[in-house]
Ligand binder design. Structure first.
Ligand SMILES: Cc1cc2nc3c(=O)[nH]c(=O)nc-3n(C[C@H](O)[C@H](O)[C@H](O)COP(=O)(O)OP(=O)(O)OC[C@H]3O[C@@H](n4cnc5c(N)ncnc54)[C@H](O)[C@@H]3O)c2cc1C
Length: 353
């Protein structure tokens, strides 16, 4: 008999699941293709304040802390959103994964090619290209963008802020980002096509000709894969498409989903997983999809006009009070509490339904 639970994939979702199972006295083995867990990194390492509820993070993993975001329209109008205090940590993602793996049964360098395990449950936590999903006959991921990122040096950048740049001319379907670490800038974007071409253009326009290092790229799922389980096999994290279509962030949602999956495994009823996921996590992912659909369908001209509204004091206050990068439903609730603002954003009524 193998472990009670076989987990394929040693990213944050799989490792957190293994941790939670261990707390419940359920043994699990994590199989990870990479011989060096946490590498290669495919992440910007932006961890919101909500991560504190998942597990304590050693200080050495945190490279920088940011107080807010500067949102750029296609014509480079800037709206600054900040509460004046830390909103997110910028972390060393490889170190974070290795921290998560401490004390667990992780088999590095073991790529899983079959589901031939003698376990009560098999979990696919093996990312967007999930082998488990394919072998078990789950439907393919419906939609994704490709994220690409490089590192550059720049001493004059304001390290208290991330920058997000929107526009069809910048990153069609998604956005471009600049994330300051302690030493350098992570500059990237997501698009449905030609991501590196768009990124090179973005970097040259923002910083001029500059040396790029550490190029990485990866799929960012934009829709939840349903069903998330069948028989004794479940998917979690990117494998299940548990990613916010607004930001491309999948770690928090994947780890929260892993906690629910651990409870369902303990209760020996995977139905609980999908039920609680649908109630507790899906509403935010669904609203994120709706917001992404609206923003990515707007022309640059429409976005530029929208920035005039976004920049109004009342709107900035609303975003500061209710904005939470993991929970778009909170912002929409903010609109419901400020009905006067609903009329200013024509598409908001559709999102409130
Ligand atoms: C450019 C970019 C930037 C991003 N930035 C952020 C960010 O700042 N914040 C954020 O929250 N999210 C970010 N994301 C998304 C985030 O990286 C993912 O949501 C997150 O890594 C998903 O975690 P996971 O554990 O589900 O899967 P993964 O982290 O993808 O882990 C899956 C693991 O499974 C292993 N594996 C795959 N197949 C097999 C197999 N057959 N056998 C054994 N092992 C296997 C892989 O090697 C991998 O280690 C970013 C994504 C990209 C592409």
């Amino acid at each position: 008999m193998d472990s009670q639970v076989t987990i394929v994939g040693g990213g944050p979702a799989g490792l957190h699941l293994s941790r939670k199972l261990k707390e419940k006295g359920i043994d699990s083995t994590v199989y990870e293709s990479s011989p060096d867990l946490g590498r290669p990194v495919q992440c910007s390492g932006v961890f919101s304040n909500n991560f504190a509820e998942l597990l304590e993070m050693p200080k050495k993993i945190i490279l920088n802390q940011v107080k807010g975001a500067k949102l750029y329209s296609p014509s480079k109008k800037i709206v600054e959103i900040s509460k004046g205090e830390k909103q997110a940590d910028i972390v060393d993602r490889g170190e974070y994964d290795r921290h998560l793996a401490k004390g667990l049964d992780v088999r590095e360098g073991e790529h899983v090619n079959s589901l031939d395990f003698d376990s009560e449950y098999i979990v696919g936590a093996d990312g967007a290209h999930s082998t488990v999903a394919r072998l078990a006959g789950f439907p393919p991921l419906e939609k994704h963008v490709i994220g690409v990122q490089v590192e550059i040096d720049n001493d004059s950048y304001d390290k208290d802020f991330v920058e997000l740049h929107l526009g069809q001319s910048v990153a069609p379907g998604f956005f471009a980002w600049i994330i300051p670490t302690d030493k350098n800038l992570r500059v990237g974007l997501g698009t449905t096509e030609k991501p590196k071409e768009y990124l090179d253009r973005f970097i040259e326009e923002r910083f001029g000709k500059i040396e790029q290092r550490e190029c990485l790229a990866g799929f960012i799922p934009m829709r939840v894969r349903k069903p998330m389980w069948k028989g004794n096999i479940a998917l979690v994290g990117d494998a299940a498409g548990q990613v916010k279509a607004t930001t491309g962030g999948g770690i928090y949602m994947g780890m929260k989903s892993a906690e629910i999956l651990a409870d369902a495994i303990e209760a020996k009823d995977l139905n609980i997983y999908e039920k609680r996921f649908t109630k507790e996590i899906y509403p935010d992912l669904k609203k994120a999809v709706a917001i992404n659909k609206v923003l990515s369908s707007m022309t640059d001209e429409e976005l530029n006009k929208f920035w005039d509204t976004l920049g109004k004091e009342s709107m900035v206050k609303l975003m500061q009070e209710y904005g939470d990068m993991d929970k778009p439903t909170l912002l929409l609730k903010g609109f419901l509490k400020n009905p006067g603002l609903i009329t200013q954003v024509p598409f908001i009524r559709g999102l409130l339904k």
